[in-house]
Write a protein that binds this ligand. Structure first.
Ligand SMILES: Nc1nc2c(ncn2[C@@H]2O[C@H](COP(=O)(O)OP(=O)(O)OP(=O)(O)O)[C@@H](O)[C@H]2O)c(=O)[nH]1
Ligand SMILES: [Mg+2]
Length: 291
């Protein structure tokens, strides 16, 4: 019997399947724990934004070679990594379900992501690529690192900062960085949900490349439409689509509209998940691409 593709994660630890729910086995009592590792300046800044959004079994770890940046982390677990030789100290944190988070183009996170992803191939990676104005050298470093991560990471989710700038309109640099942290935090949250749904057998695979988008709006259907508008090309090669909503739960009519909308865009039934907490009224769309 086909399982309904409509799944709601109503809290970090509870997945409720709608539709044919009565015929389905009860969800597992507790969600698998996910470790989120914020690396370097961007990784730490984005995980600071993520921390208040999280509930349930999530462990956030911050790591950097730079002590002042590390001190700015809100994570309870902060690790000073003095050079490449100490990176393996982080590997035990990546033994289960884990997400590496960092900005490509600088020093620490770029090299840490490459090394850790090779040594912990089951980890997912959410990474930013630089703004255009950061210059060619940084873009080049990021490009090379991205290609290497595409080979090593189980799931690679790149967030192009320059595209964010285009969708946010003209904002001052500080505003752009603030928005970048917000988007990365929501993308990490959606990836966390994807890992949980995969561990539960609801999402068959989380391997490969995923294209993320995030939009805010008090109407969930409009927010999803806005997020999906950024995904035109990704939908053409979509293997599965996860729509994660934060804020009040969508009504059954909204959920139906959301499903119909995504189906009309790419012919796939989306997985719909939902969680309460900070960062309300935000829709994240994660398009897992076919190889
Ligand atoms: N989201 C976000 N991205 C940032 C921030 N600061 C920098 N970035 C992006 O991340 C890239 C890497 O910068 P950092 O994270 O500061 O670099 P790092 O990994 O700490 O490496 P170092 O160069 O050794 O300091 C930059 O090129 C920017 O594109 C931030 O506060 N938030
Ligand atoms: Mg740094």
């Amino acid at each position: 019997m086909p399982i309904s593709r409509r799944a709601f994660l109503t809290a970090a630890s509870a997945v409720t399947l709608l539709g044919t729910a009565a015929a389905l086995p009860s969800p597992a009592p507790s969600a698998p724990s996910v470790a989120v590792l914020g690396l370097g300046g961007a990784g730490i800044s984005a995980t600071n934004r993520l921390l208040p959004m999280l509930r349930g079994p999530v462990e956030v770890v911050a790591a950097d070679a730079d002590l002042p940046t590390l001190r700015a982390s809100l994570a309870a677990d902060r690790l000073l990594v003095r050079g490449e030789a100490e990176l393996p100290l982080l590997l035990p944190r990546l033994a289960g379900h884990s997400i590496l988070v960092g900005g490509l183009g600088g020093g620490f996170a770029t090299s840490a992501l490459s090394t850790l992803s090779r040594r912990a191939p089951s980890a997912a990676a959410v990474v930013t690529t630089p703004f255009w104005f950061e210059g060619r050298a940084r873009r080049r470093v990021a490009h090379v690192a991205l290609a290497s991560l595409a080979e090593s990471a189980q799931l690679l989710v790149p967030v192009a900062l320059q595209d964010l700038l285009l969708t946010s309109g003209r904002v001052p640099l500080q505003g752009a960085v603030h928005r970048a942290d917000q988007v990365v935090a929501h993308v990490v949250d959606a990836v966390r949900v994807a890992l949980v749904l995969h561990a539960r057998g609801v999402l068959p695979s989380v391997a490969g490349l995923a294209s993320p988008s995030v939009a805010q709006g008090s109407d969930p259907v409009e927010a999803v439409r806005a997020a999906a508008a950024q995904q035109d090309q990704a939908f053409a090669t979509a293997r599965s689509v996860l729509v994660h909503l934060r804020g009040s739960a969508p009504s059954p009519a909204d959920a139906h509209d959301l499903e119909a909308f995504v189906r009309s865009r790419c012919g796939l039934d989306p997985l719909l998940s939902h969680s309460h907490g900070e960062g309300s009224d935000t829709a994240s769309v994660l398009v897992l691409k076919a190889a």
